[in-house]
Design a protein around this ligand. Structure first.
Ligand SMILES: NC(=O)c1ccc[n+]([C@@H]2O[C@H](COP(=O)([O-])OP(=O)(O)OC[C@H]3O[C@@H](n4cnc5c(N)ncnc54)[C@H](OP(=O)(O)O)[C@@H]3O)[C@@H](O)[C@H]2O)c1
Length: 249
């Protein structure tokens, strides 16, 4: 049999935020490589669509709103022993710094930063992670490699997530738990289509990419798979930049 270091055969992987976009593509691609998936989302129909697209199995799905800590706690209690965890839930709201406010800061940080921190803590405390295991956070170029107008709250939430990732990588290495992040530039998901950025702005922004296009969710999923698999067994505390060359300029 050919040894494939990217294989996820016999691995159980949680993908949080798998009802659309990058999380959905990650779950689908992980299943193709042999993983059993536990997927979460808020939108029942969309999550079910992901579930129905998963090869192999058995897989499980849970409706979880990461604004609500008791739902996060219930999820952790229901989980099987995991070999991998991908935290992909997240959202942005564009507001110039002079207009940011506590409610938006609270909501963005809760989903993008606090929930993945507490999920990591609870997975370890409840002994839900195998040795070895790999945690991958879907972060962003924003706040880590670049900044853009109106993106202060989101950038701060993702910058903090990367800082947490590095500290957790150090703390959890003795337990055989690796922590890394992927940091995408613009990826073609509903994230881009929520109306906060106009079509004209997107066309202009695309010109800044040396590879002349935005990313596809599957392309980010392949980076996540690298970090989940044995191929990256010696990699921890790394922020993997995936941006079509955006930050070269
Ligand atoms: N697309 C990009 O250009 C881009 C670039 C860099 C980084 N990212 C990051 O990539 C990750 C995935 O984004 P995406 O582009 O795939 O966007 P997306 O298609 O909008 O997916 C976002 C996912 O997060 C979930 N989610 C949002 N709020 C949640 C909450 N309160 N509780 C639980 N789940 C919640 C959504 O679930 P429901 O739909 O079921 O509510 C969905 O599964 C995010 O962390 C985002 O910051 C995206």
């Amino acid at each position: 049999m050919v040894n494939n270091p990217f294989s996820l055969s016999n691995r159980t992987i949680l993908v949080a935020g798998a009802s659309s976009g990058i999380g959905r593509a990650t779950a689908i691609e992980c299943a193709k490589l042999g993983a059993r998936l536990v997927i979460t989302g808020r939108d029942k129909n969309n999550l079910n669509d992901t579930y129905d697209s998963l090869e192999g199995g058995p897989h499980e799905q849970f409706i979880v709103d990461f604004q609500n800590l008791s739902e996060l706690n219930e999820l952790v209690k229901s989980l099987p022993l995991l070999d991998g965890c991908v935290y992909g839930a997240g959202f942005t709201k564009l507001l110039l710094t002079q207009f940011i406010n506590m409610d938006d800061i609270d909501q963005i940080f809760q989903v993008n930063t606090v929930a993945p921190m507490l999920l990591t803590q609870r997975l370890v405390k409840e002994k839900k992670l195998n040795n070895p295991a790999s945690i991958v956070f879907i972060s962003s170029v924003a706040g880590v490699y670049n900044v853009s107008p109106g993106n202060a709250m989101y950038s701060a939430s993702k910058g903090a997530l990367n800082a947490f990732m590095k500290n957790a990588a150090l703390d959890l290495a003795p337990k055989g738990i690796r922590c890394n992040s992927v940091n995408p530039g613009m990826v073609d998901t509903k994230f881009l289509k929520d109306g906060t950025v106009s079509e004209t702005q997107l066309i202009e922004h695309k010109k800044r990419y040396p590879l002349q296009r935005f990313g596809q969710p599957e392309e980010v999923a392949y980076g996540v798979i690298y970090l989940l698999s044995n191929a990256s067994a010696w990699v921890t505390g790394t922020a993997l930049l995936m941006d079509g060359g955006l930050t070269l300029r």
